[in-house]
Write a protein that binds this ligand. Structure first.
Ligand code: GDP
Ligand code: GDP
Length: 437
């Protein structure tokens, strides 16, 4: 079981994403320091309560809807999937608009889920609380009056939420062994085929593995003496059953799998290319700082011209992610599959390696020689030394003066310099600063 999940739901324009931003930015969000596709982030892991160290995953269901058909899709498909997995639903209405028909419709559907629902009445700044009485007609009890924009009522909302969250106990955590590899991708890209192909050739250590969270399956196995646990988000077991359920693209499964993974394999479909859901997954992987292999599956069935076209388009679409290696395979025809183990092992090793302070400082010296930190606001940035403060991903803390002002471009330069100098493949690195001024 991962973190408790809180879903924000409501019709368009009530302030879901404003509340999401308020919760994820004003609180300590775990995911905040990675660059990448964070603009449209739909989920965040948030420290709700410092005293009890209570974390939760919050999901903005507004971000999950098909934007062309907001009303209809506001509670369908992906959203429904997220809601079913959630522990608490914040149903958000706007105190400016009062109760409208669509609110009633959404409530009647939410009720069927039998979840804890907290009625959140947003845009309540300057509102006479007596005017909120009309929201009682929704039958969800007393509305929590908040202003997401102005940050009012948020503490009370969290106080109401905390007792409703399930307690995560330690024995619910699945024991995993060896290198943990999450296989992620949209439905139908070939995840199950790939996993079956890999397992077909290897010894699966346990046949009936009990560890499933949010429908993912943990598969321990061994290859050339190395232990692995694959996290299968497609669920090969379920697919073998006669009542084959159509897999719904599940953000929650992906979040869970990502939490556990040392290395991620993102499977894309060569015949389709990179589409929105792929980009969503990529954004999440980058946010989490995971080591990444991008696997382009279904490489069979394309002629040479098509292959070139696919490569050209992928290069453009994936240009912002500079650390992942790209592998062209056909899971169905067992082409390229065996070659994945070397980069998996290497990614694991690189993401988990601890580098000595002396090695890092030699690299820093060289980086400084080649390219001095620029002056910012007339002051010279001074980086005195660097040490490694974490692994998965390797995290380097730079110590010096005025480092809070390091420009993005220089940070990118440092990152690339260190990645090259340490010959890291497939893993991102994270940079932190400790300034003595
Ligand atoms: P969503 O479609 O539900 O995600 O709604 P948004 O978060 O995009 O907000 C819709 C509009 O309502 C935006 O113009 C926000 O600035 C505004 N808004 C959000 N929260 C508040 C609030 O607390 N008070 C007021 N007055 N406006 C708000
Ligand atoms: P999942 O939903 O990501 O687990 O995808 P599946 O493994 O169930 O595969 C979806 C479909 O794509 C199935 O019909 C597979 O046979 C097909 N498929 C998987 N890998 C390949 C491949 O390498 N080439 C081709 N042509 N089809 C494939």
């Amino acid at each position: 079981m991962g973190l408790p999940i809180i879903c924000l739901v409501g019709r368009p324009n009530v302030g879901k994403s404003t509340l999401f931003n308020r919760l994820s930015h004003s609180r300590q969000a775990l995911v905040s320091d990675f660059e990448g596709l964070t603009r449209d982030r739909q989920y965040a892991e948030v420290l709700l309560d410092n005293d009890t160290q209570t974390f939760a995953t919050i999901i903005d269901t507004g971000g999950l809807t098909n934007k062309n058909n907001l009303v209809d899709s506001s509670i369908q498909g992906q959203v429904l999937n997220a809601l079913e997995e959630s522990d608490i639903i914040y149903f958000i209405v706007s105190s400016r608009d009062g109760v409208i028909g669509l609110d009633l419709e959404i409530v009647s559907r939410l009720r069927k889920l039998k979840k804890n629902i907290i009625l959140v009445c947003n845009k309540a700044e300057g509102l006479n609380p007596a005017l909120a009485a009309e929201f009682f007609e929704l039958g969800l009890g007393e509305p929590m009056l908040i202003s997401a924009e102005h940050g009012q009522g948020i503490a009370d909302l969290i106080d109401t939420t905390l007792p409703l969250l399930p307690k995560v106990t330690i024995d619910e955590i699945v024991e995993v062994e060896g290198i943990t590899v999450a296989v992620l991708g949209r439905p139908n890209v070939g995840k199950s085929t790939l996993i079956n192909r890999i397992l077909g050739q290897e010894r699966v250590l346990v046949m009936d593995f009990p560890g499933t969270t949010h429908d993912s399956i943990y598969i321990p196995f061994e290859h050339e003496g190395q232990k692995y646990t694959f996290i299968d988000t497609a669920g090969i077991r379920r697919k073998r059953s006669t009542h084959e359920k159509v897999e719904i693209f599940s953000i929650i499964k992906a979040i869970d799998a990502l939490e556990r993974a040392h290395v991620v394999i993102l499977v894309l479909d060569a015949q389709v290319g990179v589409i929105e859901q792929d980009a969503t997954l990529l954004g999440m992987i980058i946010d989490k700082g995971k080591a990444l292999l991008i696997v382009i599956n279904k490489w069979d069935g394309l002629d040479d011209y098509q292959k070139q076209e696919v490569k050209r388009k992928l290069e453009i679409k994936l240009s912002f992610i500079n650390y992942a290696s790209v592998h062209y395979i056909s899971a169905l025809h067992a082409f390229g599959v065996g070659k994945l183990f070397t980069p998996i092992n290497q990614s694991y090793q690189n993401a988990g390696e601890q580098h000595s302070t002396s090695v890092l400082n030699k690299i820093l010296e060289k980086a400084n020689q080649d390219h001095q930190p620029p002056p910012v606001k007339g002051r010279r940035l001074k980086i005195k030394y660097v040490n490694q403060t974490d692994v998965f991903p390797p995290t380097f803390t730079f110590h010096g003066n005025h480092l809070q002002n390091v420009p993005n471009a220089y940070e990118r330069y440092l990152k690339n310099f260190f990645i090259n100098a340490l010959q890291l493949t497939n893993t991102p690195i994270k940079i932190k600063y400790k300034s003595s001024d």
